[in-house]
Write a protein that binds this ligand. Structure first.
Ligand SMILES: C[S@@+](CC[C@H](N)C(=O)[O-])C[C@H]1O[C@@H](n2cnc3c(N)ncnc32)[C@H](O)[C@@H]1O
Length: 218
């Protein structure tokens, strides 16, 4: 992966073919952070929530619990191997209102509008202007947004930056944007709040989809 290469959904699907089986075990360390992201969405019973790049559906149990039987949880991911595991989770739990679809978010038919958007560890998608435009066009104005993911620690922690890159490589197709991973989505958001966690190697953020267009006064 060259440092300047952009995100590539085809390569992501290929990468996760090898990663899918061991993915849940590898994500154990950040599971608590994923739950905190969901809490930031302040979901209500009946909400429709989009789990962006849902992977194996690690966030589904908490999302389903929050939106209840009347709500809807839709997960979309480009990796058929990850989605197969998400579908198995849905089947085992017997949820009628949770579904997972295999598609690149750049072109997925998203069936909005959504009340809430979850971005749990979706670095590639956050670096894809096409994917973000598609997702945001299916969000209700004012929809709640929560994000968690990887980022570079501050420059003075430079040895950790090399570690960050090495740990990220197996899970992303682009290393672009690690300093400010939310930079591309930021103009479409308001009330953005971000907190660095885990020595600045991860972040947790919340916002709302902007009601006014960027440049206009909210
Ligand atoms: C680190 S995993 C995160 C999965 C899940 N959100 C979680 O919290 O465990 C990143 C996921 O992004 C998916 N992905 C990458 N690029 C994508 C794209 N353009 N469209 C849809 N999914 C994408 C990958 O297939 C992978 O499952």
């Amino acid at each position: 992966m060259t440092p300047s290469a952009g995100p590539d959904p085809v390569r992501a699907a290929r990468k996760y073919r090898e990663r899918a089986a061991g993915y849940d075990a590898s994500a154990r360390r950040t599971l608590e952070l994923r739950h905190r992201t969901i809490d930031l969405l302040r979901l209500q019973a009946g909400d429709r929530v989009l789990d962006v790049a849902c992977g194996t559906g690690l966030s589904f149990p908490r999302l389903r619990e929050e939106v209840g039987e009347r709500g809807v949880v839709v997960g979309v991911d480009v990796s058929a191997d990850m989605v197969a595991l998400a579908e198995r989770r849905i089947a085992v739990s017997g949820w009628a209102n949770v579904r997972a679809c295999t598609a690149a978010l750049e072109s997925a038919a998203l069936d909005g509008p959504y009340d809430a958007l979850l971005f749990n560890y979706t670095h590639d998608v956050l670096q894809s202007p096409c994917a973000l435009a598609n997702i945001l066009s299916h969000a209700r104005p004012g929809a709640r947004v929560a994000l968690a993911g990887i980022k570079h620690p501050p420059a003075w922690l430079w040895p950790l930056r090399a570690w960050r890159i090495a740990k990220a490589r197996p899970y992303v197709t682009t290393l672009r944007g690690l300093d400010v991973p939310w930079a591309l989505i930021l103009p479409s958001l308001e009330a953005f709040e971000m907190r660095s966690v885990m020595l600045g190697t991860n972040y947790l953020a919340s916002a709302r989809v902007r009601v006014s267009t960027p440049g206009e006064k909210a």
